[in-house]
Write a protein that binds this ligand. Structure first.
Ligand code: 5AD
Ligand code: FES
Length: 373
């Protein structure tokens, strides 16, 4: 169980006074892009469904100010379900005996991107479990091949923790961005969710290294994970304000029955949308994906996130035959679909919400051509 957002869980109603206080705090956050620890805590402890619409609307306004109603698309290639790490929530962690393991060859990865390029994608997210098969040499070869084959693309890596030199070599080879969720900014919760050989400090150091090297960096966290509290979520907000990443991936925790955290409750749609909106209000220029986990939780989850501040979608371009095996959580959407189907599906969903598909490289706003920095 987790203990976050109690009044949302209980469907409570607030007095007028409390509602007004929350709305004033939301306005302050919109204007100043930061709140004190106790003010964030007040929002999380007291918010009910009655204030969520106001929160989403302000988050939507903040997004419109910087990115308009554009949604950037990224083609996602899930390259390996082998993983040496011990994230207890994840269905492909090293301890999950029955997980189906696969890895893509360099040629298969290039093929996926080639297909994705034809579909219009200009950012490729190369994501996988922490799999030592993908040495620096192999990754450099893949990055250089992609960059020489396709003009004007961005390469986003999401390959977990590697050392400084490795990150530097991949950056020098042409990688532009790196996604590494911090998972939680609370040391207590981090240690609860990960095996002992993993380190909270090492994770943060990796993120600091990525920033220092010059990547556009994506951090992020799960909402509703076992034992998570409002204090933990406040830590996430404060950490993200301080780190100031270019991207923030926020998704619900989805319980996987083959992991040691089996039997726990999953996070909920509303909890996750509230956190997306708060991050949009404090990290106003960040790129915020409307995550696949949200789409798994609720048929309209990804659409709803667009109205709470999200502005990126990451359709899958992995080979359909391997999609089921990349089961970080269960009932993942799109596992039976082809890249072409996902492309069409995503576009329809975006248009149905009166948003606009943007097939540019979709850099962080201050790094876009013509941006006033
Ligand atoms: N539920 C939700 N998100 C998960 N992730 C891993 N396992 C789960 C799960 N069971 C997220 C982690 C990781 C990202 C790739 O997927 O935050 O960083
Ligand atoms: Fe894959 Fe909808 S995005 S089928």
């Amino acid at each position: 169980m987790n203990a976050i957002l109690p009044k949302i869980k209980e469907y409570s109603q607030n007095t007028n006074e409390t509602t007004i206080k929350i709305k004033v705090l939301i306005d302050t956050l919109y204007n100043n892009q930061r709140l004190e620890k106790s003010q964030y805590k007040y929002i999380l402890d007291n918010i009910t469904e009655d204030e969520t619409e106001y929160l989403y609307q302000k988050a939507f306004e903040a997004k419109m100010k910087h990115y308009k109603n554009k949604v950037y698309l990224r083609g996602l290639v899930e390259i390996s379900s082998y993983c040496s790490q011990g994230c207890k929530y994840c269905g492909i962690n090293a301890f999950v005996k029955d997980a189906t393991r696969y890895r893509l060859t360099k040629e298969e990865i290039i093929d996926c991107c080639e297909g994705g390029y034809i579909l219009g994608y200009r950012t490729f997210v190369i994501q996988g479990g922490e799999d030592r098969f993908y040495s620096d040499e192999l990754m450099i070869d893949i990055i250089k091949t992609l960059k020489s084959k396709f003009e004007d693309i961005r390469i986003t890596l999401s390959l977990g923790e590697r050392n400084y030199l490795s990150y530097l070599k991949l950056y020098n080879a042409g990688a532009d961005r790196y996604l590494l969720r911090h998972e939680t900014a609370s040391k207590r919760l981090y240690e609860h969710l990960h095996h002992d050989f993993m380190s909270f400090e090492k994770r943060r150091e990796a993120l600091a290294n990525l920033k220092k090297i010059g990547y556009q960096v994506g951090a992020g966290f799960m909402v509703g994970s076992p034992t998570q509290t409002n204090e933990d979520l406040v830590e996430d907000l404060l950490y993200l304000k301080d780190l100031d990443p270019h991207m923030v991936g926020i998704g619900p925790y989805l319980c996987h029955s083959d992991t040691e955290l089996k039997g726990n409750d999953s996070g909920t749609l509303t909890e996750t949308l509230i956190m997306v909106a708060l991050v949009r209000l404090q990290n106003q220029k960040a790129l915020l994906p409307s995550t696949t986990a949200l789409g798994t939780l609720d048929k309209k989850g990804r659409e709803k996130a667009l109205h709470a501040g999200a502005n990126v979608m990451m359709p899958n371009i992995s080979p359909t035959k391997h999609r089921e095996a990349y089961e970080i959580y269960q009932n993942k959407i799109c596992t039976g679909d082809t890249s072409v189907q996902c492309r069409g599906c995503i576009e329809l969903r975006i248009k149905s919400q009166k948003h606009q598909v943007d097939l540019g490289v979709g850099d962080y706003i201050d790094l876009q051509e013509g941006a006033i920095k």
